[in-house]
Design a protein around this ligand. Structure first.
Ligand SMILES: [Zn+2]
Length: 109
């Protein structure tokens, strides 16, 4: 079902609905009214499929790409912050985000 394009449902729905109305008008009875409703249902399914496919193609794929690059950015920023620097005065190791040595108070940057 997922492999059938929405436009096929719409086309089939229109054909069935139109055919049932056409035959009913010719024969002056309402015997094919169920086919008309079936056609409307098919059109609805088809339109829904087209909209779903449109949303999937246009929203989800670029979203995934930006998510990956955002995550990568955050990871890279974290790695950058976690760089280890050493105090020149006492040799204590610090994260590069530290401005002063917590052991001797020497300015690190
Ligand atoms: Zn120090």
């Amino acid at each position: 079902m997922a492999k059938i394009p929405g436009i096929v449902f719409v086309a089939a729905g229109i054909a069935i609905a139109w055919f049932s109305r056409y035959v009913d008008a010719r024969t002056e009875n309402q015997g094919l009214i169920l086919f008309f409703y079936a056609g409307i249902v098919l059109i609805t399914i088809g339109v829904f499929k087209i909209i779903t496919k449109y949303i999937t193609n246009n929203k989800e794929e670029p979203k995934k790409e930006t998510n990956i690059s955002e995550e990568e950015k955050k990871i890279r920023e974290t790695i950058e912050k976690r760089k280890i620097i050493t105090c020149n005065t006492c040799g204590t190791r610090h994260y590069s985000t530290s401005n002063y040595c917590h052991m001797c108070g020497t300015k690190l940057k």
